[in-house]
Design a protein around this ligand. Structure first.
Ligand code: NAP
Length: 413
């Protein structure tokens, strides 16, 4: 096994720094720069295609001209892998926010080959699981950690379940989570890149089923009473609004973590269902019309072209090329509430109904950019500071599998 060299010029390189999310990542890293490994401040760099754009990002982040940071430019991951190799050879951890489906794989590969740990905020199960299937063994051999979905997708859900498991006195067997997003009069919205991920992800959902077959997993055992999934739309008494199943990566990430902990640590797996509040009846009607149109259009090339060219029109203003305004971001927050059930200490989960319940909650600032970026940067700092608490000295992991023995679980998002 090759150890990742620790004496590299940079602790963190932010790749994709010029993107909508990248700007927030740079601001957060500049803010957390005192939290480097040991007592030393973080040495970091921004990387991307254009020096000028990277310098603008640093200026906007108020990073000044001098500090523990540098600019690494001319890195185009769809063209020249040699420039990527040279850059990644210089850092311990790479934080990434860009279009994973199209450009992510060469970056993962270059990180593994050059001994740089990799952290991303991808919310696309197909990319995340494909990287696990193809690169876990290589990453393990090289002593490199590849940890995906370290943003709002899916740190609050994944670590929230682990936190709930720890608080439960007995065997926790099932959890339902309810996401509630609260915004000001301007509403909340997301940037076009997330909309594009959704369009291409739904269009290609057949490949995800094929990919999962290749793992050859046996189904996880169901411990305790089997939990019935709720309907497609229902009124949730828990959050007092209509709710639907959550379509993001949380269920897939949580399931992978639960499998890892079952196989590696012999922990009892938790059944998990994720729901999101959508508001009142009018929202349901709007969602239904938009959903039917979306499902129809993603199936065809022309439909996808229209969806990605006019995000604001087809998402009813939920996503736009300009992204959310600062006012929208400042006035939005989220709560993710976990309702768990299980068997108290001394009771056998194979006998009878669950006899104990638990409710926990993760609350945080605007999820898409503020909480996401905070989670990602805290994950990167934890990786640098608590490397020896991560499993097996390398591999491709979910946040829960990577960080279950670290202090990340107790930090606010
Ligand atoms: N998990 C979560 O909760 C969460 C939250 C927010 C966003 N996200 C995800 O984060 C990703 C980024 O979103 P975003 O809104 O920040 O996207 P964006 O604004 O479109 O940014 C894309 C970034 O990728 C860079 N890039 C594109 N092609 C490149 C190439 N060939 N070589 C090198 N760099 C390249 C761009 O650099 P240039 O400036 O050179 O074009 C830019 O920095 C999306 O996949 C989104 O779904 C996840």
């Amino acid at each position: 096994m090759a150890d990742v060299p620790t004496r590299r010029p940079y602790h963190i390189i932010i790749f994709g720094a010029t993107g909508f999310t990248g700007q927030f990542v740079v601001e957060e890293v500049a803010r957390c720069a005192a939290e480097g490994p040991g007592l030393s401040p973080l040495k970091w760099a921004v990387a991307g295609r254009s020096r000028q754009r990277l310098e603008e990002v640093l200026k906007q982040a108020g990073a000044g001209k001098k500090g523990n940071f540098e600019v690494i430019f001319d890195i185009n991951c769809s063209q020249n892998t040699e420039t990527m190799r040279l850059a990644f050879d210089q850092c311990s951890t790479l934080s990434l926010s860009f279009q994973y489906r199209f450009y992510g794989e060469p970056v993962v590969k270059a990180c593994i080959e050059n001994g740089a740990h990799y952290i991303d905020i991808c919310g696309e199960p197909q990319f995340l699981e494909c990287m696990q299937l193809q690169y876990h063994t290589k990453a393990l051999d090289r002593g490199v950690y590849v940890i995906g979905s370290c943003g709002f997708d899916s740190i609050p859900a994944d670590l929230g379940i682990l936190y709930t498991q720890r608080q439960f006195k007995g065997t926790l067997t099932a959890v339902e989570s309810f996401l509630k997003i609260t915004s000001g009069p301007e509403g909340f919205s997301g940037h076009d890149a997330t909309w594009q991920s959704a369009v291409y992800g739904f269009a290609d959902s057949g490949s995800l089923r094929q990919l999962r077959k290749k793992f050859g997993y046996k189904p996880l055992p169901v411990v305790g009473a089997k939990v019935q999934k709720r309907g497609f739309v229902f009124f949730s008494k828990e959050i007092e609004q209509y709710a639907i199943p959550f379509m993001g990566s949380d269920p897939s990430v949580v399931k992978r973590t639960q499998r890892f902990l079952y196989e590696e640590e012999h922990q009892s797996p938790v059944q998990y269902s994720a729901y999101v509040g959508v508001g009142g009846l009018f929202s349901i009607v709007k969602l239904f019309c938009g959903g039917v149109l979306f499902w129809f259009m993603v199936k065809f090339g022309l439909g996808r072209k229209l969806l990605t060219t006019f995000p604001s029109l087809f998402s009813f203003g939920l996503f736009s090329k300009a992204g959310p305004t600062m006012k929208q971001i400042e006035n939005t927050c989220f709560s993710l509430t976990f309702f768990g059930e299980g068997y108290s200490d001394g009771t056998d989960p194979s006998q009878g109904r669950p006899n104990a319940k638990i409710c926990t909650q993760v609350i945080g600032a605007e999820p898409g950019y503020v909480a996401t970026v905070s989670a990602m940067v805290q994950a990167a700092v934890t990786l640098l500071n608590e490397l020896h608490s991560l499993p097996r000295r390398g591999g491709v992991y979910t946040p829960g599998a990577a960080f279950y023995k670290t202090s990340l679980i107790d930090r606010p998002p």
